[in-house]
Design a protein around this ligand. Structure first.
Ligand code: 13P
Length: 335
């Protein structure tokens, strides 16, 4: 079991973070549509291969979360994608949930599916080279939500998933994402996120998950994106740290935040302040999707053969976030 702890730590060690490149084909199609690139299998592979062969993969990216299509793809140099990631010095992982569906009994909320047949799929992914996995539960905040039902049901699914993943000798990323969408205040985000995370750990413990062999992937504490409230980055960092200190058991080795719709700069600045003020033993790093890829994708879409230029932009973001994971980032390094 200490093997799982070693994997979790080596993914997040020394300021390293995770590249969440596990967009489903539907989500990736939306991202590619937004920059007018046709969402073909070849183009999805080309963009991802461009990132996975960038130099920051060695220095900054401790793990990459892949999607089912990508983990089975072969690169232009005839390598398997997990082999390329390993060769660059990073660790391949895989998203194993099958998406958030309408929650029966509370149709305005979602429950994440994918438990049926999961043990068999995990064995297959392990053989393909995955060392860690991801499952995301989503929760929206409004007057009556998230309901007790969605908090309980998603925590249960995250725990069943985690115990199956550890049985298969991989590290589960436990991702309960309280969405930024809405008019709610930072206080509501704090309270709901605390309740959600505490329930997840109740269930993880009940399901005998080894907490030393997981990575928690939470949201930061922010006001809703339609809220009138404005809070400083310092406040975001302090609220986030307080929330996690009160809801995460100390055995958990690492926390890797999702970016959740923050801009690239915001996600970096908030992570930097979190690490400046962090006086816990938790590693606090990143597992960003959009906040690592947005500028690189926009640049790439102008000329999809410009590998070097795209990598330069991606390398910069990865480096900035790795500095932020050590509290060593400052705005002047952005230029
Ligand atoms: P974002 O950083 O774009 O929120 O994506 C992270 C992720 O993996 C969401 O599940």
């Amino acid at each position: 079991m200490s093997e799982l702890n070693n994997i979790a730590i080596s993914i997040l060690d020394k300021g390293k973070g995770i590249l969440a490149a596990d967009e489903s084909t539907g989500t990736m199609t939306k991202r590619l549509d937004s920059v007018n690139v046709p969402s073909t299998q070849e183009n999805r592979l080309l963009f991802r291969e461009t990132l996975f062969s960038a130099s920051s993969m060695t220095e900054c990216i401790g793990g990459v979360i892949l999607y089912d299509e990508t983990i089975k793809q072969i690169t232009s140099k005839k390598n398997k994608i997990p082999e390329l990631i390993l060769k660059m010095g990073s660790i391949p992982g895989i998203k194993v949930d099958t998406g958030a569906k309408v929650l029966a009994g509370s149709p305005d909320e979602k429950i994440t599916e994918g438990l049926d047949g999961l043990r068999e799929r995990l064995k297959e992914y392990y053989k393909l080279g995955a060392k860690f996995t991801k499952w995301r539960g989503v929760y929206n905040i409004s007057k009556n939500y998230p309901s007790k039902l969605s908090i309980q049901a998603n925590a249960h699914a995250l725990a069943r998933y985690s115990s199956l993943v550890q049985e298969c000798n991989m590290v589960p990323i436990v991702e309960p994402e309280v969405l930024m969408d809405g008019e709610h205040s930072s206080k509501e985000c704090y309270e709901k996120t605390s309740e959600v995370i505490k329930k997840c750990f109740d269930e993880l413990i009940l399901h005998k998950v080894n907490l030393k062999g997981i990575i928690l992937k939470p949201n930061m504490i922010l006001p809703g994106n339609k809220s009138k409230e404005k809070i400083s980055n310092e406040e975001v960092a302090k609220l986030t740290l307080e929330c996690l200190k009160n809801s995460v058991p100390s055995e958990v080795p690492g926390i890797a935040f999702l970016s959740g719709g923050q801009s690239e700069l915001e996600a970096t600045e908030n992570l930097n302040l979190i690490n400046k003020y962090n006086n816990s033993n938790f590693i606090m790093s990143y597992s960003y999707g959009r906040a690592l890829q947005h500028s690189a994708l926009r640049f790439w879409s102008k000329d999809i053969q410009n590998i070097e230029g795209t990598q330069k932009i991606f390398n910069h973001r990865a480096k900035m976030n790795t500095l932020a994971s050590q509290g060593k980032w400052s705005k002047d390094l952005e230029n």
